[in-house]
Ligand binder design. Sequence first.
Ligand SMILES: [Fe+2]
Length: 413
Amino acid sequence: MSRRFSCGFPVKLITDDQIICFFTQTGGCQHVTFDEESKLYNCTFYQLDDFKLYEGYYFDVREVKFTLTEPVSIKFLNHLVVRDKVSADEWRMAKVHLQVMISIYSPAMAHNWVHFVFPTTVATYAPKVAKPNAVLTDLLRPHRRFTEQLNYEVLDPSTLEFAMPTVALPFSKQEFRDYIAKECDTYYNQVGQVFPSPIISRNGLDKFPYVRQMKDYYDVILKFVEKMIPYIDEEEFYRFRSLIAESVKCAADAEMKDLLATYIWQVTVIHSLDHAAMYEFYRRMLTFTSMKIQMPYVPYSNTEYWTLFAKERGVPLTWVKSNPEKYMLTDADIGDSFVLIECFMEYIPDMFGDDSGLSQINYHFKDKSLSQFQEEFKKDLNALNDAHMAERDFKGNKVHLHGLEKIAQSIRD
Ligand SMILES: [Fe+2]
């Protein structure tokens, strides 16, 4: 395995502000919790303990703590690095490991529930339980397009070994598939109620721009779906719900409005904005990054290790300490991550009059009242978008999240 250090890609070290942006303004907040006593936010990565990584690769970060404006500490497997208690050199080196964790976290660990199990089940059964011209069919049709096929392509064992996204990951495709199954089972069958996702009501996270904007969108979609309810055949819905409950237990007693609104919100707003925010973060803010690292966390107090490290690379140790990202990451690993980010994260609109955006939704309802509700829905979405675009984050900067123009009608990548 090549251990050549990075000199070809102009990789930059993640800044403290970017760490906060990732956890509060992108889907990176999926596993964040708030501790009332310390007033700190915390994101843990203990699920990595179960991963079998390729030999020579490491994921040593286990926790990161932060406030709304700055990171406080990074906890490794058996070492705590508190920003104010270590040198700038030590903090930069610890951040290289965190940057790798942040880079792999969204595509491999925080986005699986968005794609799998519930969306797949809806996409599979929606065309089968309702009549072709039923309101339930019309309502879900634009939101299930592509979903079933895309999800199947990723998980199909016969094509898995050749599926490109996993080239950037330091573990096998089978390992990834097993992890997705385990994580989705936890989310859908052990967390409790997921209609809507608990992320928008988790204690203390309501201050995050990501959580606030996602909740705003959920409220608008719920308002629209509530208008649909009197027009949906109850028997059709109950059949549909019992089929979903075979895979998602808590669907069994979910209310119609919550289940349908969650589905639409998840495959449109959450999926699209998570992708757009990921791409913007990894490619535009970090420029280049790596989802894998071929060295463990070793503090600088281990002078023997770091002296040898610098010697092997033919540079003074001071150079390593000034720009650890250039020496701790390899060109090959950065290149693999670049492929994943460029090919799978950004939504590429159709060249010829793309009309797949949520703002252009057309359910083709036969009933005039329903068509009127559709227009009111689009109006509400646009008003919300205007409000979101005017928002500023904790430091007065424009919020990182994209707007309505990036939200597609269904899962498309
Ligand atoms: Fe996706």
